[in-house]
Design a protein around this ligand. Structure first.
Ligand SMILES: Cc1cc2nc3c(=O)[nH]c(=O)nc-3n(C[C@H](O)[C@H](O)[C@H](O)COP(=O)(O)OP(=O)(O)OC[C@H]3O[C@@H](n4cnc5c(N)ncnc54)[C@H](O)[C@@H]3O)c2cc1C
Length: 295
């Protein structure tokens, strides 16, 4: 078995100590949460790592809270907890859909939401679901605290806009308006949902008086980062949710996608999946909004 290279290790008790440890570790210092990605990345030497800062002893970084106008999810909250949350299911069904198809139950019991966003995999399941719910991340760094939309954090495959001393502390997801619904659908190579996505789509809609007033569609494994599909969103906004309008938006999503071929799927198969999975995610979003798709 491959051995890990030497690194400094710390278990700070406070956020300030953790930020200081990361800052003194330099640009190859890493936050350790569940470790399901980081340990693999260290073993395969995908990520040079000089210092590992384990944040699990810092209080206040877990839990799902109803803030009224928003839902707060701590960065160290396990994927399993999101999968089982009634509150998240009620407000943001796409996030529960995504949590329930992320890897296998043993991985979900270790993996955290902060690590999923921090890893910035183009195939992330939680990223697209957070994006269609307009979620933002609260971040603590050397300059204090700030809040950024999750969709703005992704800059490239495996790369976020976070600096090496930034720590995501929690996610804030605005409470949805009446008529909101969302869904997440993915396809993995083994057919079921629970392996890395060949392609994935999250969608959300707000339906008012039988018309889609707002629509967000985010794609995974269909470009270098989890990203919004603007043409598809524009195609559905202002329309009644029929099989025809949802189908047109799904076609547009395939245009918005920029898939590549790799060991999991060819580019052309991924383009087909963009259309098929977007249609399914939109149907799920409309159904969870309490609306229905007119045939
Ligand atoms: C077998 C297997 C299957 C998988 N299948 C899927 C899948 O189907 N879908 C999917 O989306 N993912 C999948 N993953 C990836 C992984 O499980 C998730 O990305 C997980 O959510 C990462 O969380 P973690 O707590 O383990 O992060 P870690 O491994 O601890 O960290 C991951 C990265 O994020 C950074 N980080 C962690 N927490 C923070 C924070 N609070 N602030 C800033 N940076 C932070 C770390 O420094 C590191 O670079 C799979 C992994 C494995 C091993």
């Amino acid at each position: 078995m491959k051995r890990l290279r030497q690194f400094a290790y710390s278990e700070p008790a406070t956020l300030d100590e953790a930020v200081a440890a990361l800052a003194s570790g330099g640009e190859d210092a890493r936050v350790l949460a569940g470790g399901t990605d980081l340990i693999v990345d260290m073993k395969t030497e995908r990520l040079p790592t000089s210092a590992v800062v384990n944040i699990k002893k810092i209080p206040g970084l877990t839990g799902i809270d109803d803030l009224g106008e928003a839902t707060r999810i701590g960065a160290l909250t396990k994927v399993t907890a999101i999968e089982g949350s009634q509150l998240v299911q009620q407000r943001h069904p796409a996030l529960v859909d995504a949590a329930s198809v992320l890897a296998s139950p043993p991985v979900r019991a270790l993996a955290t939401i902060g690590g999923n966003v921090g890893r910035a995999s183009p195939a992330s399941d939680l990223g697209p679901a957070l994006i269609v719910s307009a979620a933002s991340a609260r971040i603590r760094g050397t300059m204090g605290e700030r809040e950024e939309l999750v969709e703005g954090l992704y800059v490239g495959p495996g790369q976020t806009s976070l600096t090496c001393s930034d720590i995501i502390t929690d996610f804030i997801i605005p409470s949805p308006p009446v008529g909101f619904g969302s869904g997440h659908v993915k396809l993995g190579k083994r057919g079921g949902g629970t392996d890395i996505a060949m392609a994935g789509t999250s969608a959300s809609v707000v339906i008012e008086d039988g018309v889609v007033r707002d629509c967000k569609i985010a794609l995974a494994s269909l470009g270098p980062i989890p990203f919004r599909a603007p043409t598809a969103e524009a195609a559905l906004s202002g329309q009644a949710p029929t099989e025809e309008t949802l189908g047109a938006a799904a076609e547009a999503a395939a245009e918005d996608a920029s898939p590549i071929g790799d060991v999991r799927a060819s580019a052309s198969y991924r383009a087909t999946l963009a259309r098929v999975l977007t249609l399914r995610a939109l149907r799920a979003a409309v159904a969870s909004s309490g609306g229905w798709v007119v045939a």
